[in-house]
Design a protein around this ligand. Structure first.
Ligand SMILES: NC(=O)c1ccc[n+]([C@@H]2O[C@H](COP(=O)([O-])OP(=O)(O)OC[C@H]3O[C@@H](n4cnc5c(N)ncnc54)[C@H](OP(=O)(O)O)[C@@H]3O)[C@@H](O)[C@H]2O)c1
Length: 249
């Protein structure tokens, strides 16, 4: 349970080296005995990236594409104690041209960004429901709103994740468990390295600050970063197809 000052006792970060995920953790009120569990593929890298966080950090192996392992994974991480906050941040971005050449890579992207979240979050949610408390933070994207021709496999994977998370949030209503959906635009950082920023691009720290603020409320269900993306998303949905297909990136 969160302590009297609202600090989570145990946090699970899926995609434990994620720049945005670690920025979110850093933006939260942490106690020295807050236990952060970093779950990912490269244990040494996760430890290195979390070295400056003022809390207790442990690492555990987790592969979003290993669907058959997710139930046991969830049973293991919840075995010791309740978890107050789960951040689902595993993801990959691969240029569409590369996916056009290699459809198997497209399958890996969908498995990482969508299917792996479904199996993991359903397994995790079973434990959160039993606890009767806890928060899930799911990293969606503006790309989920309407897939663009320049990035449609990534967009489709995020659209699937976004729809799944909305349904999961509704199914959790009244359970004491909450889901916060985060929809950033272009975030300058490791994932987008070498790509020219788009208008309204943001940073991991700004995404983290918006998430930390939303978590202080009890009502927020979704966060757009920056906030101006919410009306833009509406315009994106309403744009006639004949114009939408001309969007270059
Ligand atoms: N950056 C953006 O512009 C942006 C915008 C909107 C939404 N998002 C979403 O935000 C989330 C975090 O992105 P980020 O910017 O923090 O990128 P990041 O720093 O590249 O983090 C992504 C994390 O996912 C992990 N990962 C990839 N494949 C995995 C797998 N099969 N199993 C377990 N972990 C895996 C990576 O671990 P490895 O080091 O092992 O690869 C890495 O730690 C992603 O879901 C992304 O799609 C990002």
């Amino acid at each position: 349970m969160n302590d009297a000052q609202g600090r989570p006792s145990r946090i699970l970060l899926l995609g434990g080296a994620s720049e945005i995920g670690l920025a979110i953790v850093a933006a939260l009120p942490l106690a020295p005995d807050t236990h952060l569990i970093l779950a990912g593929r490269n244990l040494a890298q996760m430890e290195e990236r979390a070295a400056t966080l003022p809390c207790t950090v442990t690492t555990t192996a987790y592969d979003a594409t290993a669907l058959e392992t997710h139930r046991d994974f969830a049973d293991t991480v919840f075995a010791d104690a309740d978890i107050d906050l789960v951040i689902s941040a595993a993801g990959i971005l691969i240029p569409q041209s590369e996916l056009d050449r290699d459809p198997q890579r497209a399958g890996e992207l969908v498995q990482t960004n969508f299917t792996g979240h479904v199996t993991t979050l359903l397994a995790v949610t079973r434990h959160l429901r039993n606890q009767g408390h806890g928060t899930l933070v799911v990293l969606s994207s503006i790309a989920a709103v309407r897939p663009r021709r320049a990035n449609f496999v990534y967009g489709a994977s995020k659209a699937g994740l976004d729809a799944f998370a909305q349904g999961l949030a509704d199914s959790l209503h009244g359970s004491g468990v909450r889901l916060l959906l985060v929809r950033p635009g272009f975030v300058t950082g490791r994932m987008t390295q070498g790509m020219p920023p788009t208008p309204l691009s943001t940073t991991p720290d700004r995404v983290a600050a918006a998430v930390a603020t939303a978590l202080t409320t009890t009502t927020a269900t979704a966060v757009w970063v920056p906030r101006a993306l919410a009306p833009i998303a509406l315009l994106m949905r309403l744009t006639p197809r004949v114009l939408w297909r001309r969007v270059k990136r």
